[in-house]
Design a protein around this ligand. Structure first.
Ligand code: FAE
Length: 525
């Protein structure tokens, strides 16, 4: 694929990947469309703009992860993390704090433009991916389409028929979603942890569901046979996968570049946005090297501005623009209706072995979505190359709690307000499930993994959602009211909960929105 070749060439050529037909776009101060970010919503936006013939600049604050370091690998593992792991931190920030109350999980590292970021607000820490592909670089690849009923519950204004007949299938196909061979899964050592999780849940009367993934399960089977370099079977997930995973830099992003109309600028952060007298948007950006030194700053003007920087990035740009007077007409609805997808993590001390080799990609969830308080609990691996006798879970609970963002002029940052008791609903929902699983299996919670002797990791999330909700802040297609040509197209559109892991929904909605925008908004060069 042309786009893949262009991504490959980028490693040698430097930070900017310039598509031939818009070679001037990267250096001139005008390009018809700018897309901020390169995650799910952004890469869909760039592909569809490029395919429609609109010259587009995609701006990503992280790096393009395709150059091996001295150890021959692009990414580091979870058990031996180095500077590549975290975005300008001096200590890794894995979600588990300790093991047997010992601080053996997080390690000192040097500050560098690494792949995983954690942004800390009072009572809530939000994890995000940094680099071309956004969250797809660090996530567990679980590619889950929600039930139609729950989708209708989440976004009643969106035509569910169209989503389930057209955009979910398109998203699944474009993302390269596949399913594990259940015969292999039933016998392989690397999913012992999941089989134990399934059996323990069944004893308590809970069903489990297999979930698809974007990790190539054929590749994983070859890893297990020792035929290919290991990735999922070599403790790789949250700091990136060296092999096997179809992250966005292997799907949508090369497809976008392959249109010949999309330019990608990396290590470049959009710092503010505004509007010019002629109605075009001014996008101010600053480029750094991998050590964080600023190497250049520029303003790119555009007619069409797509904000898809993930919830935190999109909130930052919109609320800053509103409250500093750059885009004063942005409504008070922006910043509202944020939620962590009811995320809560917990672990059980299991007496049964869960396996010393654990595949980094989850394949199964305890499916209690039909309970009074719906819970979908991913049976998560804890890969350590050691038998730990731990069953770990990331639960998605239908928590009604919502937070909000506001702009703090003193720091120049959008801040999340999330109260100390807003975790309680998710914890209680998770307890109703795991208390029963523990009772049925004679097991107990682990208190040694999360700081403060807690059984629940209740102060962080992997699935931030909302802030620019479709049909209340934006219109039903992500357009920002009062600002023609300004769009939001990422996780910010979803009001706080998706019932399951969110990236397939983010992708499908982004496809839907782009189809309408391209057809109806008369985008021109
Ligand atoms: P996202 O993918 O976050 O991309 C935003 C991009 O914008 C990033 O690359 C940023 O670096 C970039 N950016 C931000 N601000 C700026 C700026 N000012 N200028 C330039 N660039 C900027 O956005 N979801 C699932 O469905 N299944 C899973 O198994 C799963 N596991 C996860 C595990 C982890 C550890 C994490 C962190 C997340 C996981 N998620 C999972 C969540 C999923 O990755 C997330 O919902 C999506 O990545 C969000 O997509 P967006 O398009 O909103």
């Amino acid at each position: 694929m042309l786009g893949l070749t262009m991504l490959g060439a980028a490693a040698a050529a430097g930070a900017t990947v310039v598509a031939p037909r818009v070679a001037r776009a990267a250096t001139s101060s005008y390009v018809p469309a700018v897309v901020v970010g390169s995650g799910y919503g952004a890469s869909v936006s760039a592909l569809r703009l490029g395919a429609a013939g609109v010259p587009t600049l995609m701006v990503e604050m992280g790096q393009l992860w395709n150059t091996p370091a001295a150890d021959g690998n692009v990414f580091c593992t979870m058990i031996n993390p180095d500077q590549r792991s975290m975005w300008f931190k001096t200590m890794t920030e894995a979600p588990l704090d300790s093991l047997l109350w010992l601080p053996v999980i997080n390690k000192p590292i040097s500050s560098y433009a690494g792949v995983l970021d954690r942004v800390d607000f009072p009572n809530m820490k939000v994890y995000c991916g940094r680099g071309v592909g956004g969250g797809s670089l660090v996530n567990g690849g679980m590619a889950v389409t929600p039930t139609r009923d729950s989708f209708a519950d989440i976004l009643p204004g969106v035509d569910a028929d169209e989503m389930y007949s057209t955009y979910y299938p398109l998203a699944n196909q474009m993302l390269g979603v596949n399913s594990v061979d259940q015969n292999w899964w039933n016998t392989t050592d690397c999913y012992q942890f999941a089989r134990v999780g399934r059996d323990d849940a069944a004893k308590a009367g809970f069903a489990t569901s297999f979930v698809p993934n974007v990790y190539d399960f054929n590749y994983m089977e070859q890893e297990a046979l020792g035929q290919v370099p290991k990735s999922a079977l070599n403790c790789e997930v949250i700091y990136g996968n060296n092999h096997g995973k179809r992250s966005l830099d292997k799907s949508y992003v090369p497809a976008a570049l392959g249109t010949g109309n999309v330019t990608l600028k990396t290590l470049t952060k959009v710092t503010s946005i505004g509007r010019n007298a002629d109605g075009t948007y001014a996008v101010n950006m600053s480029t750094v090297d991998t050590l964080g030194n600023t190497t250049s700053s520029q303003t790119v003007n555009c007619k069409y501005l797509f904000l898809a920087a993930g919830c935190l990035g999109t909130m930052q740009l919109l609320l800053q623009a509103r409250d500093t007077g750059a885009l004063p007409g942005i409504s008070a609805q922006f910043g509202q209706n944020w939620g962590p997808n009811g995320n809560i993590m917990t672990a059980r001390a299991n007496w049964k072995p869960t396996g010393s080799v654990q595949a980094g990609m989850p394949t199964l969830g305890i499916d209690a979505r039909n309970q009074a308080v719906p819970v979908f609990a991913e049976i998560a691996p804890m890969p350590a190359n050691l038998e730990l006798y731990i069953s770990l879970y990331l639960a998605i609970t239908k928590s009604p709690e919502r937070g909000s963002f506001s702009y703090d002029p003193a720091s120049g940052q959008a801040k999340l307000t999330w109260g100390p008791s807003q975790k309680d609903f998710a914890e209680n929902a998770a307890r109703t499930l795991f208390d029963k699983v523990n009772a049925a299996n004679g097991t107990i919670y682990r208190y040694d993994l999360f700081s403060g002797n807690r059984a629940f990791g209740d102060d962080f999330c992997y699935h931030p959602l909302g802030g620019a909700v479709l049909g209340s802040a934006t219109d039903l297609y992500g357009r920002v009211p009062g600002y023609p040509g300004l769009y939001v197209n990422d996780a910010s559109l979803i009001p706080g909960w998706t019932g399951v892991n969110p990236f397939v929904t983010i992708t499908a909605l982004a496809e839907r929105n782009m189809a309408r925008v391209i057809a109806a908004d008369g985008l021109t060069s």
